[in-house]
Write a protein that binds this ligand. Structure first.
Ligand code: NDP
Length: 291
């Protein structure tokens, strides 16, 4: 079996196409969707992510404000920026790019974002709504992008055994909630670093979402034939055969394509979906501004 490609680029393009009409409708009502992206420090990968988010805004005609602060900034300075952005009525979305420098309490700072502008969906109020099964708010972009991609591929999750590898606040935990929510209806197991025999757990799964940050750890012998496999991982690994000396690897080994029915590529899978869902959250925030 050769897995079909869960093509995040194609799916993201279809999301963007649908958003275009909604953005035009906002503008006709005098609302220009507007996202602020705050980046602190000079982590090269974070700058790459922020640039792709700003590019997506440009493509769609969403206004973006890009705020760069030095790694030596204090928490008080970041707090002031967030408070100022919260009170700016022309702004609909605020994103603080992770990771923040180690001397900062990232969770405490992102908790200061007005929940109605929390387009990353990490505020306790938004995650709390998700726990309550209310899916109409700001959902975290990566897991909701995975759900959209599965829907786009017409993969029915009802009654399926899903395994989520990872239990982070930004991916694993909300992913498990979304897969098990009413309407998706999968039966979900969460695997983490203390799980005994993760391989045996995965071997039972009809659907696997891997979000552990361990390059190519999930190999073909972990997979039930015909399983759907979504690879969230983005890991930089040394590769002397490349001019730049490294390549991107997912959490799933490419050999899994020989056993799975569907597999998302890295890059070009979940990454573009994360950005598409960020755009959707920004447009939703702008639409709600009108209510
Ligand atoms: P975190 O480091 O926050 O969480 C990793 C999770 O994986 C933890 O729950 C950890 O368990 C678990 N884990 C680690 N090692 C193992 C192991 N050997 N066996 C089982 N579980 C393990 O990572 P994130 O959730 O932030 O990100 C995960 C991956 O997804 C990364 O590669 C990241 O780059 C990528 N990512 C991709 C995005 C995209 O847009 N495509 C967006 C966000 C992230 P424990 O809780 O016990 O420590």
């Amino acid at each position: 079996m050769v897995a079909e490609r869960l093509d995040g680029k194609l799916c993201a393009a279809s999301v963007e196409e649908e958003l275009q009409g909604r953005i035009i409708a906002c503008k006709e009502k005098g609302i220009a969707p507007h996202l602020a992206v705050v980046i602190v420090g000079d982590d090269p990968a974070s700058h790459v992510y922020v640039n792709s988010k700003v590019r997506a805004c440009k493509r769609l005609g969403i206004k973006s404000t890009h705020i760069e602060l030095a790694a030596s900034s204090t928490e008080a300075e970041i707090r002031d920026v967030i408070h100022r952005l919260n009170s700016d009525a022309s702004l609909h979305g605020i994103l603080v790019q992770s990771p923040l420098p180690p001397h900062m309490d990232e969770e405490a700072l992102t908790d200061l974002i007005d929940p109605s502008k929390d387009v990353d969906g990490f505020h306790p109020q938004n995650l709390g709504r998700l726990v309550q099964g209310r899916l109409d708010g700001m959902l975290p972009c990566t897991p909701s992008g995975v759900m959209r991609m599965l829907k786009w591929a017409n993969i029915d999750l009802t009654g399926q055994r899903a395994v989520v590898l990872g239990r982070s606040r930004i991916v694993g935990m909300p992913q498990a909630l979304l897969l098990g929510a009413k309407g998706a209806d999968a039966t979900v197991t969460v695997v983490h670093s203390r799980t005994k025999d993760a391989q045996a757990v995965c071997a039972q799964a009809d659907v696997i979402v891997a979000a552990i940050g361990r390059p190519e750890m999930v190999t073909a012998d972990w997979i039930k034939p015909g399983a759907v496999v979504v690879d969230v991982g983005i890991n930089r690994v040394d590769d002397a055969t490349r001019e730049r000396g490294w390549r991107l690897a997912g959490d799933v080994h490419p050999d899994v394509a020989e056993k799975a029915s569907w597999l998302s590529p890295v890059p070009g899978g979940v990454g573009p979906m994360t950005i598409a869902m960020l755009m959707e959250n920004t447009v939703r925030a702008a639409e709600q501004n009108d209510n």
